[in-house]
Design a protein around this ligand. Structure first.
Ligand code: PLP
Length: 507
C-alpha cells in the first residue's frame, strides 16, 4: 500500500468508523455467535498474493462485526466502561504513524517530553498532591493497564524493602543470599475486594499474598484498624508485610478504603509501600466535589487510574504516578552498553525504560493530550457528572420498587448494586432464636438465588449487558452506565427489563 492508496483506504475506514458510531445503538450490544464462529469465515492460511483494501475492509462487517461486544453501546452497563473518543483515536493514529519504541529520551525526545508534561497536566487536573509532579521528586508515566502498574509498583516495593534492610551489607554473594531469603518472607496485602491484579502481581513477584477484611458493616472498605491488625498478625508469624494496595473505587461496589486513616498508618509502617488503585473511580477526581479524597494521597507511594476506563482516552492508558521516581529507577534501571548514550549519561533526561518493566513503549501521551485539549477541564467534568447523575437516577428507579429490589450499595461513581427479593421468604422475626438464624441464612440464600436468576435472564436475552459479583457472600447485580452515549432513556429500559424478569414466575 503506497501513500496514495493509504489516503483512499483511510478515508473509507474513517467513514465506516464514523457510521459505526452513528448507528451503534441499532446493533445488539452482545454478539450471538457461538465459540469458534470465526475460523470458518476466513481462509486457513495467509493469502499467497496481497489483497486490495476494499476486499479487506469488507471483512470488517462480514467477519468482525458479528463477533463484537460493543463496549461503546448505550446498553453496555457491564464491568466498568472502556470509553473511546474521536480525538483519542486520532492520537492513536499518529502514534501508529510515528511508530517509535521510545524507551530512551534520544529514541524520540518528543515522546518522552510530552508524556512528562501531560502527566503533570493530569496530576493537576485530578488535584493529586504536588509530591506526584515531575518538578519535584515524583512524576507520572503511562502504562497499558492497571494490572501492569500494580505489578510494577509491587516489584519496586519488594526491592526497596530489601535495599533498605540490607543497606549496610557490602555487595556480593552473601547479600544476594540474604535478599533471596528475605524475599521468601515478604507478604503483599490487598483488601478482600481489591482487584485480582494484586494477587496476580504477588504471584509473579514470588511473594505471598494476604487479604485484609473489608466487611459489609464497613461499607466493604478497609479501615486503618483492619490493616494494622493484619500487619501485626502477619508479623507475629515471622513474615514481613511490604506492600498494600488501597482501593479508591473497588471493582464490585466502588468502595473506597479509609485513605485518611491508612495515611496515618504510614508513620507506623514506613517500609510498607502503599499503592492506591483508582483504576475506574480516579477519573471522578477531575470534579472538585470528589477532590476531598486527594490530600491523604500525599502520604502514599504511588497511585494509578485508567484514563481508558472513564476519561475518554482509548484503551490502553493507565496513568501511574510515583512520589519518588528514584524508587522505580533504583529497581528498574539496568544499562547494558547498547543502551548507553551521552544524554542518559548527562543525567538531564528521563529514560522511561528505567521506570517500567518493558523496554519499548508507545506514544500514548498524544491521545491524552488530544483529549484534554478537545474537552478541556469543563468538558471532562460535564462528562463525569452526567454519569454520576445517571447512577443516582437509576438508584431512584430501583428504590421506587422496593417490593422487588433491595439496594446493596448506593450510587458510587455512577455504580449501583442491588439484589432481587425472592418470591417468598421465611420471616425470621418472632421465631425461636435457634430457628431464626437458620431462617436468616435461608433468606440470604434465597436473595442470592433470585438475584442470580434475574441477572442470567437479562444477559441471556442479549439486549443489555450487565455484570454480577459476590461480595462477602452477597450475590449482587451491578449497573454502571457510563459510555459517551449513555442516557436516562436506556436506564429506564434496563429498569423495565429487570422488573419484567423479576416478575416472571411471581405469583
Ligand atoms: N483495579 C480495579 C479497581 C479495577 O476495577 C480493574 C478492572 O476493572 C483493574 C484494576 C484492572 O484493570 P486493567 O484491565 O487496566 O488491568
Amino acid at each position: 500500500m503506497d501513500s496514495l492508496q493509504f489516503r483512499d483506504a483511510a478515508d473509507k475506514a474513517i467513514d465506516e468508523i464514523a457510521t459505526y458510531y452513528d448507528t451503534l445503538a441499532e446493533r445488539p450490544v452482545l454478539p450471538s455467535v457461538a465459540p469458534g464462529y470465526l475460523r470458518p469465515l476466513i481462509p486457513s492460511s495467509t493469502p499467497e498474493n496481497g489483497e486490495p483494501w476494499d476486499q479487506i475492509q469488507a471483512d470488517i462487517e462480514r467477519v468482525i462485526m458479528p463477533g463484537l461486544t460493543h463496549w461503546q453501546h448505550p446498553k453496555f452497563m457491564a464491568f466498568f466502561p472502556c470509553n473511546s473518543s474521536f480525538p483519542a483515536m486520532l492520537g492513536d493514529m499518529y502514534s501508529g504513524a510515528f511508530n517509535a519504541a521510545a524507551f530512551n529520551w534520544i529514541c524520540s525526545p518528543a515522546i518522552t517530553e510530552l508524556e512528562t508534561v501531560v502527566m503533570d497536566w493530569v496530576a493537576k487536573l485530578i488535584a493529586l498532591p504536588d509530591v506526584y509532579l515531575s518538578e519535584g521528586e515524583g512524576g507520572g508515566i503511562i502504562q497499558g493497564t492497571a494490572s501492569e502498574v500494580v505489578l510494577t509498583a509491587l516489584v519496586a516495593a519488594r526491592e526497596r524493602f530489601i535495599r533498605r534492610r540490607l543497606a549496610d551489607m557490602p555487595e556480593g554473594e552473601e547479600k544476594m543470599d540474604k535478599a533471596a531469603d528475605m524475599r521468601g518472607k515478604l507478604v503483599a496485602l490487598g483488601s478482600e475486594h481489591a482487584h485480582s491484579s494484586t494477587q496476580k502481581a504477588a504471584m509473579i513477584a514470588g511473594t505471598r499474598f494476604r487479604t485484609v477484611p473489608a466487611p459489609r458493616e464497613a461499607g466493604f472498605s478497609v479501615t486503618a484498624a483492619a490493616l494494622r491488625k493484619t500487619i501485626q498478625d502477619i508479623r507475629a508469624k515471622g513474615l514481613e508485610p511490604f506492600y498494600f494496595t488501597a482501593t479508591l473505587g473497588s471493582t464490585a461496589t466502588c468502595a473506597v478504603d479509609d485513605l485518611v486513616g491508612i495515611a496515618l498508618l504510614t508513620k507506623e509502617y514506613p517500609d510498607v509501600w502503599i499503592h492506591v488503585d483508582a483504576a475506574y473511580a480516579g477519573s471522578a477526581l477531575v470534579c472538585p466535589e470528589y477532590q476531598h479524597l486527594c490530600p491523604p494521597l500525599a502520604a502514599f507511594d504511588s497511585f494509578n487510574f485508567n484514563l481508558h476506563k472513564w476519561l475518554l482516552v482509548n484503551f490502553d492508558c493507565s496513568a501511574f504516578f510515583i512520589k519518588k521516581r528514584k524508587d522505580l529507577i533504583d529497581t528498574y534501571s539496568i544499562t547494558p552498553s547498547y543502551l548507553r548514550n551521552d544524554y542518559t549519561e548527562s543525567g538531564l533526561v528521563t529514560d522511561y525504560r528505567d521506570w517500567q518493566i518493558p523496554l519499548g513503549r508507545r506514544f500514548r501521551s498524544l491521545k491524552v493530550w488530544f483529549v484534554l485539549r478537545t474537552y478541556g477541564v469543563n468538558g471532562l467534568r460535564a462528562f463525569i457528572r452526567n454519569h454520576v447523575h445517571l447512577g443516582e437516577y437509576f438508584h431512584d428507579l430501583i428504590k421506587s420498587r422496593n417490593d422487588i429490589f433491595s439496594v446493596v450499595t448506593k450510587p458510587a461513581f455512577g455504580l449501583v448494586t442491588f439484589q432481587i427479593h425472592p418470591t417468598s421468604s421465611i420471616a425470621a422475626a418472632g421465631m425461636d432464636p435457634a430457628f431464626a438464624s437458620n431462617a436468616e441464612a435461608q433468606h440470604r440464600e434465597d436473595l442470592n438465588l433470585a438475584t442470580k436468576q434475574v441477572y442470567e435472564k437479562i444477559n441471556s436475552k442479549g439486549e443489555f449487558f450487565l455484570t454480577s459479583s459476590v461480595v462477602c457472600g452477597v450475590y449482587l447485580i451491578r449497573v454502571v452506565s457510563a459510555s459517551l452515549s449513555a442516557e436516562e432513556k436506556y436506564l429506564n429500559m434496563v429498569f423495565e427489563a429487570l422488573v419484567e424478569a423479576a416478575e416472571e414466575g411471581r405469583v
